[in-house]
Design a protein around this ligand. Structure first.
Ligand SMILES: *Cc1c(COP(=O)(O)O)cnc(C)c1O
Length: 419
């Protein structure tokens, strides 16, 4: 892990600001914590104010120098949403943020806003199953062509995928999941930003990164040239496996567009989800740091186990390899998702999964409890077998999401289940 950077004078670190930033107690009877604003609509002080709020909401005139968007209706804005967005911006150093009722709502709303018929969407593989389905079966109905390239094979593989001039000149977005799920293969974000520049020929080619696996603590794509950062906030940001939510961050220009489509699709978070996520953000750094340390113990244990053929863990990358160089450049820690191959294929993998006691057999990740699953038959079941193998997903692979338990207990559970 790198040393914490010194905060500029007057600026506190995100973890110090998560308890109070963006909230004014005097607007809520002095309540220390932000209440849940469980209301669908807001009362205007007078008709002139209502008119002014709508003029801004619909972009009918420029915003005044100190004028904020007034509270109108909870599909447009709500204090729990707005304060949450202010806090999420701090981790990624983003200008703007929009929160959604799920990660898929963030992805679908952002992409429907940024793409149009005729566009080519160049994306890294493997992708989260829901995203993969949305690209291939939904965006295709709107005339958008999705073209995949393998993660972990360098930027040349991305260029090769769009080698034909017909594809190349239509690329409108490069969409990347790094590290890839479940193999932890990496894609170089700076190289994607450079490729986007080379492809932009009078138009802008956007780079979007799904940062669910390492963010918002251990990887900050906007600092490496990405235009959009997307999260399933269901995972580390929510962190307790009890809420579904999503977020999209980037420059003010891009997020204003995404937020406008959010208003018309109605994919925003409700106040209760917003409040839950603010509560989660107070312990985000604590949780992710503990999970990251626990994962290191677990990965090291698995690496030496005779029944384990291979461990896929960022902390084990070897200096001198291309992935290691990318890791040092864009990640500040290895995170807490570890995959491994069990000797003996699906039968052995299932036997191991069925014997776990403390670690639960469930999909999802990033929560306080450790989870295990079988990608080939569960999260990636929709991917054709030949494709799975090409992506490095075999039937002997198990994916673990490491939680905040005592690491010795986790290792004891793995030991007895592998026996
Ligand atoms: C879970 C997940 C999603 C989808 O998020 P939901 O909150 O389930 O809608 C998208 N991308 C990645 C990498 C995920 O892990």
């Amino acid at each position: 892990m790198r040393k914490p950077k010194k905060a500029p004078a007057g600026a506190f670190s995100p973890e110090s600001l998560m308890m109070s930033y963006g909230y004014k107690p005097e607007l809520s009877e002095g309540a220390l914590k932000c209440p849940i604003f469980q209301t669908s609509t807001f009362v205007f002080r007078n008709a002139r104010e209502g008119k002014a709020f709508f003029e801004l909401a619909y972009g009918l005139r420029e915003r005044g120098p100190s004028e904020a968007l007034g509270l109108i209706y909870s599909r447009l804005n709500n204090p729990d949403l707005e304060i949450l967005e202010e806090r999420l911006k701090l981790w990624d150093g983003a200008q703007a943020c929009a929160v959604f009722e799920s990660g898929m709502a963030a992805i679908s709303t952002a992409l429907l806003e940024m793409l149009k018929p005729g566009d080519v969407l160049l994306y890294s593989e493997p992708l989260y199953g829901g995203t993969d389905y949305f690209f291939r079966h939904v965006l295709s109905r709107f005339g958008i062509t999705a073209v995949g390239f393998p993660a972990g094979k360098g930027i040349a593989a991305a260029e090769a995928a769009i080698a034909s001039p017909d594809l190349k000149e239509r690329v409108a977005m490069i969409y990347v999941e790094t590290p890839a799920n479940p193999t932890n293969a990496l894609v170089d974000i700076q190289a994607c930003a450079r490729l986007a520049k080379r492809l932009s020929n009078g138009r802008r080619v956007y780079v979007a990164i799904d940062n669910t696996f390492l963010g918002p603590l251990w990887q900050h794509p906007l600092k490496h040239g990405a235009d959009l950062v997307i999260y399933s906030a269901t995972k580390f940001i929510g962190g307790h496996s009890d809420v579904i939510a999503g977020a999209c961050l980037g420059g003010e220009d891009v997020i204003r567009r995404v937020r406008t489509l959010r208003t018309f699709l109605g994919t925003m978070t409700g106040p209760w989800t917003g409040w839950l996520l603010m509560r989660s953000l107070e312990t985000l750094k604590l949780r992710m740091t503990c999970q990251m340390k626990n994962a290191r113990y677990v990965a090291d244990y698995l690496k030496g186990h005779p029944k384990v053929e291979r461990v896929y863990y960022l902390g084990h990358l070897k200096p001198g390899t291309p992935d290691y160089a990318i890791y040092r450049k864009q990640c500040s820690a290895a995170g807490s998702v570890v995959s491994f191959d069990v000797r003996g294929g699906e039968t052995a993998a299932f036997r191991f999964l069925d014997r776990l006691e403390l670690i639960k057999l469930a999909v999802s990740l990033g929560g306080t409890e450790s989870l295990a699953e079988h990608p080939a038959t569960m999260t990636h079941a929709d991917v054709a077998r030949a494709e799975q193998l090409r992506m490095g997903i075999s039937d002997k692979m198990v994916r673990l999401s490491i939680g905040v338990e005592n690491p010795q207990d986790l290792i004891a559970d793995l030991r007895q289940a592998l026996r």
